[in-house]
Write a protein that binds this ligand. Structure first.
Ligand code: FMN
Length: 307
């Protein structure tokens, strides 16, 4: 049997489409804790059981291993920001998200399509996670669609339908602006992103981006296109250009991140993370390739070689 490469296995697991939940409980001190989880599954109707798998890496792992009750909120379409807060934000997650305490005082996320308040039925160790089985004591549901997750991306069936209408497609154009062995990134609670603009159509991406960068006070020389992809789930067409700053004064909210530090950062989307991981690698050899594809897979084509 060939050796299993964890990253490839994670990608393969990620091809299984799921919904997205936020799992919450109270820690020993009675403080609410929570994390985003797509390992949720219904288990049994009689008795009413569900499960979720908290990872040992979670700062709240101890709380979930010891809790006598917990809750699961199934996020609805449009609640990607909440999923990102409960997946990455390191401060007080509950201060950022509207919630309501359940019968045990455990927060339920407002606007969720379903919520389940559970008494802990069983906790089983399972490799680098545990399997937390809950007996449902109370539940609620509301009309509307749940948020989807597949291949490291959120998706919404509603937007998916809209995306079939070409008129609904949005064009986002961004730049990988190089400054002194680093790249300009915009920090946000959801993770780092690139300077971007929304262009009215695909014929004016460069003009729109140049204007946007100038408004931010960046003088840049726009280079070749580096990455072009569609995200049908959001109905967005993305195009990113290589760029070099000719005048550097960091606009508010932007940081210069050295290439070597890019692989360790949290980005606001999996597609941005993959693009910057490739950029960091290619910047070492100055051998850049153009990516053409969608937000999950595509092909690269060599565009230039620089000394
Ligand atoms: C869509 C999605 C699904 C996730 N599912 C799980 C999961 O099932 N179990 C888990 O332990 N972590 C999961 N995570 C990762 C955790 O949400 C993340 O590591 C956690 O919020 C970090 O919390 P901490 O900073 O308190 O350690 C998922 C993240 C995302 C974006």
């Amino acid at each position: 049997m060939s050796e299993i490469e964890p990253r490839e296995l994670r990608d393969a697991f990620g091809r299984f489409m799921t919904g997205v939940t936020v799992v919450t409980c109270l820690d020993e001190a009675g403080r609410p804790v929570g994390f985003t989880a797509n390992s949720f599954s219904s288990v049994s109707l009689s008795p009413p059981l569900l499960l979720v798998c908290p990872g040992k890496f979670l700062s709240s792992f101890k709380a979930f291993s010891a809790c006598s009750s917990f809750a699961v909120s199934v996020l609805s379409e449009g609640q990607e920001d909440i999923a990102n807060v409960f997946a990455g934000y390191k401060g007080d997650r509950f201060a950022r998200v509207d919630h309501t305490p359940n019968c045990d005082g455990i927060p339920l996320i407002d606007g969720a399509v379903a919520s389940f308040s559970c008494r802990t039925h069983q906790v089983m160790p399972a490799g680098d996670h545990s399997i937390l089985v809950g007996e449902v004591r109370e539940f609620a549901q509301s009309p509307g669609r749940g948020l989807g997750y597949s291949g490291g991306q959120f998706f919404s069936l509603g937007l998916e339908h809209k995306a079939r209408d070409p008129g609904a497609r949005k064009n986002i154009c961004g730049a990988l602006v190089e400054v002194d062995g680093g790249v300009l990134l915009k920090a946000s609670p959801e993770g780092y992103g690139l300077p971007e603009c929304v262009a009215p159509d695909r014929t004016s991406l460069r003009v729109c981006l140049r204007n946007e960068l100038q408004e931010l006070g960046m003088d840049v020389e726009l280079g070749p296109v580096y990455s072009v992809f569609d995200d049908p789930s959001q109905g967005i067409h993305f195009a990113y250009l290589l760029a070099k700053a000719t005048h550097v004064s960091l606009p508010a909210g932007f940081e210069r991140i050295p290439f070597s530090e890019l692989p360790g950062l949290t980005f606001k989307s999996a597609a941005t993370a993959r693009m910057l991981e490739r950029f960091a690698e290619e910047a070492r050899t100055r051998n850049f390739n153009l990516y053409l594809g969608d937000a999950v897979s595509g092909e690269t084509h060599q565009i230039q070689e620089r000394a």
